[in-house]
Design a protein around this ligand. Structure first.
Ligand SMILES: NC(=O)c1ccc[n+]([C@@H]2O[C@H](COP(=O)([O-])OP(=O)(O)OC[C@H]3O[C@@H](n4cnc5c(N)ncnc54)[C@H](O)[C@@H]3O)[C@@H](O)[C@H]2O)c1
Length: 273
């Protein structure tokens, strides 16, 4: 974290439900906040009453992610926290033939938004001697969502990539963690909202999720993935181990010590269950 001055955070998907709710929490903590989002016109409107920097950004564009981070650094001298939060739902009927444009759009927002965002954040966080990255994935990345397979795929991939990157980054003081919310009341769920309402199914508020994103930031536990569901506090998800390799006698065998520990999945680095 930068010394002797207010910490700085960048939030992508910043003018959406979770983005604005999180920005308010960070501002209350005296952070300087930059909100990056696709829709420039709407972005300037939404941020009019907020003391934040707005940056037009398509997170699916690698160079644009780097430019956004550079802009935050040039405005505020440093960057301490990056929330990779932009996302969209799938825009295709899963029963229809693959719609390439819909596929590329969701890969750009939900997956490249994370891989490119992490790539852009790392050099800046190194210059701050460390910092936090928090990725907004989804419960749909932990359990299949048959109504929107593209969404499930991209959120699973974002989660897997983040967990695989986290140990290496932690060595440099950059903690990368993930938040996996259930359904929440924002634009993203669109007409699904009335289905939940009619069924009396509880859904999260944007503020619930923003609080979980801040908790992930504060706890700074590398590779943690927090489940956020209505009626319970954000809870770290406990991933199960996979079966380990066995030798001819049937005994489980540890991973060879000659291999770099952080090149291995945490689960494989242990004995079988
Ligand atoms: N609302 C939910 O039920 C829910 C549940 C789990 C996870 N999520 C995830 O939370 C994140 C925030 O969603 P939200 O609920 O606040 O929805 P939202 O629609 O209110 O906000 C998403 C924001 O992302 C922006 N965005 C979309 N594509 C972009 C791109 N290519 N580049 C830059 N910005 C882009 C949108 O303009 C929007 O402002 C998303 O990643 C979403 O997948 C939402």
């Amino acid at each position: 974290m930068t010394l002797n001055c207010r910490p700085t955070a960048l939030i992508t998907g910043g003018i959406g439900g979770f983005g604005v709710a999180l920005a308010r929490l960070l501002l209350a903590r005296d952070f300087r906040v930059a909100l990056a989002d696709l829709d420039a016109e709407q972005g300037h409107k939404v941020t009019e009453d907020l003391d934040v920097l707005f940056i037009p950004l398509d997170v699916g564009d690698l160079a644009a992610n780097h430019r956004a981070v550079a802009l935050v650094e040039s405005r505020y001298d440093a960057i301490d926290a990056v929330f990779l939060n932009a996302g969209i739902v799938g825009r295709q009927d899963p029963a229809a033939a693959l719609d390439l444009r819909a596929y590329e759009a969701i890969l750009g927002a939900n997956l490249h938004g994370v891989t490119f965002g992490i790539d852009a954040a790392i050099p800046a966080l190194r210059r701050s001697d460390g910092g936090r990255i928090v990725v907004t994935a989804s419960l749909a990345g932990l359990v299949p969502m048959p109504g929107d397979p593209f969404y499930s795929m991209t959120k699973s991939a974002a989660l897997a990539y983040s967990r695989a990157m986290a140990p290496r980054l932690a060595e440099e003081g950059i903690t990368l963690s993930v938040v996996c919310p259930g359904f929440a009341d924002t634009q993203l769920i669109g007409p699904m909202r009335s289905v939940f309402e009619d069924a009396g199914f509880p859904i999260l508020t944007a503020e619930d999720v923003a609080a979980a994103l801040l908790l992930a930031h504060d706890e700074a536990e590398a590779g943690a993935a927090y489940v956020v569901q209505p009626g319970m506090p954000p809870t770290p998800y406990r991933f199960r181990n996979v079966p380990a390799a066995r030798d001819a006698s049937g005994a489980s065998v540890a991973i060879p010590t000659g291999l770099s520990a952080h090149a291995l999945p945490a689960e494989l680095d242990q004995r079988a269950e």
